[in-house]
Design a protein around this ligand. Structure first.
Ligand code: 5AD
Ligand code: SF4
Length: 441
């Protein structure tokens, strides 16, 4: 190992996929004998891991990167790296290569694993790197990642997406579906649980339900889950994201039968109108979606449900939007992630003629969020006097039990010293959005 003793700082935008990729990038930089600093001004290497899912995400990253120009003038030896989804866009809003001449390394989504090599080379000889490639060069998975969370560990199971929803940039920046070999996943999960003490494992993929379709083995996502549940240890498995079209009964069965599968499901619906779903190329209608929800609730009554919604998709009328509100009232999700439709260059919906006015989108988003707030408050009542198997955590001096769905239950009179184990927690009080309870012995 060379004698480099420098500091790095990584700024992350976007989804869990990016959060986990950052953990891998940090691990690779640390293996160059570098250390992480939380102070960007002190860093010798600053990495921006970017997102382009919506225009706002892009603007946020771009505005922050532009500010680095001044820091770089003060410290010309600083190495600045931009990676992830933004540079990978064929016709992105910003031409990063031209607009950011002070950035030293620009790579896309398929070669984030080359960042450490470029940084190492740059520490010797200064030369700008612009490297965008169409396909992954090597597996990005590494045993050396530096994980942010000590309770939950992310594990990639499938990269890319073949779905091509008409609004989505992901297939354009993350490529086609590519499943990771089951054995590799099994070994990683086993190590995380048995050697590193993780209690939650979150399996990641743009569409986890497609797992195995590109592999020679007969492995499906449901059978992968079953095999991971055989690993000995006290842990639970979560997964995201599921596509309603590929979400089958085999998976519901595994979720119901396996104690190690968390009773939580993120099932993005996107819209409550079948007309809009068709225009989105989602391959299902509301009838199909509702039948899935019914089956899941019947099999697992305690399931915690969450979803993603886009408001103001081209052609969305008040009637379509009201159908989305109706759906929220019917399903009663525990959590909803709602977004205003954002035009993404290179996607079909960007060219649709019937775009919705920004003001209308804003009004609809606020209306939806207000409704969901009321639903959530009402939903909280269902926790009263019930007992949940929770992970016990110490957070800023407070003890909490976390449910499978990620709900915090405060435990004010906790009398033990341990954390990071599962226990039954009974909810005894609900005030505003806050749940409090006791360990049920
Ligand atoms: N505009 C708004 N929201 C989008 N999403 C994906 N693409 C867009 C877009 N162009 C949302 C979807 C997806 C979530 C990750 O982001 O709801 O499920
Ligand atoms: Fe994640 Fe999508 Fe953003 Fe890429 S564009 S970071 S895949 S949310």
């Amino acid at each position: 190992m060379s004698e480099i003793s420098k500091f790095f700082h990584v700024v992350t935008f976007g989804c869990q996929m990016n959060v986990h990729e950052t953990e891998k990038i940090k691990g690779k930089l640390a293996s160059l004998n570098m250390k992480e600093t939380l102070d960007i001004k002190k860093a010798d290497v600053v990495v921006f891991n970017t997102c382009c899912i919506r225009e706002k995400a892009e603007d946020k990253a771009y505005n922050q990167i532009v500010k680095m120009k001044k820091l770089k003038e003060k410290n010309p030896n600083m190495i600045i790296v931009v990676c992830g989804c933004m540079p990978q866009q064929p016709k992105g809003k910003y031409n990063l290569k031209e607009k950011l001449p002070f950035v030293d390394v620009i790579v896309g989504t398929h070669n984030v694993n080359s960042i450490a090599d470029h940084v190492k080379a740059l520490l010797g000889e200064r030369k700008r790197v612009y490297e965008i490639i169409e396909k992954p060069v090597a597996s990005m998975d590494t045993p050396n990642c530096i994980r942010d969370d000590k309770y939950n560990a992310y594990v990639n199971i499938i990269y890319g997406c073949n779905k091509f929803c008409t609004y989505c940039i992901v297939p354009h920046v993350r490529g086609r579906e590519q499943s990771r070999p089951a054995k590799e996943i099994y070994e990683e999960v086993k190590d995380l649980v048995q050697n590193k003490g993780y209690r939650f494992i979150t399996l990641l993929g743009q569409n986890v339900n497609s797992y195995g379709k590109d592999l020679k083995s007969k492995m499906t996502f449901a059978s992968l889950l079953e095999s991971l549940c055989k690993i000995e240890g006290d842990f639970k498995i979560k997964f995201m994201t599921s596509h309603p079209m590929d979400f089958g009964e085999d998976l519901i069965k595994v979720m119901k039968n396996e104690n190690k599968v968390a009773k939580a499901l993120h099932l993005p619906v996107q819209s409550g109108s079948s007309k809009i779903l068709f225009k989105m190329n989602r391959h299902y209608d509301i009838k199909h979606y509702m039948s899935l929800i019914k089956k899941v609730k019947r099999a697992i009554p305690e399931i915690s449900l969450s979803t993603d919604i886009i408001v103001g998709f081209p052609g969305e009328t008040e009637k379509d939007f009201n159908q989305t509100l109706k759906l929220l009232k019917k399903v009663k999700y525990d959590q909803v992630f709602a977004f205003m439709y954002s035009k993404r260059t290179g996607t079909p919906a960007c060219e649709f003629a019937d775009q919705i006015d920004e003001k209308v989108k804003n009004v609809r988003l606020n209306k939806l969020l207000r409704l969901q707030k009321i639903i959530e408050k009402d939903q909280n009542k269902k926790y009263f006097n019930k007992t949940y198997n929770c992970l016990i955590k110490f957070v800023n001096g407070v003890t909490m039990g976390i449910t499978d769905g990620g709900k915090d239950i405060y435990i004010p009179n906790y009398k033990y010293k341990n954390e990071n184990y599962f226990a039954s927690v009974k909810v005894e009080e609900i005030r505003d959005h806050k749940l409090s309870g006791v360990i049920d012995e």
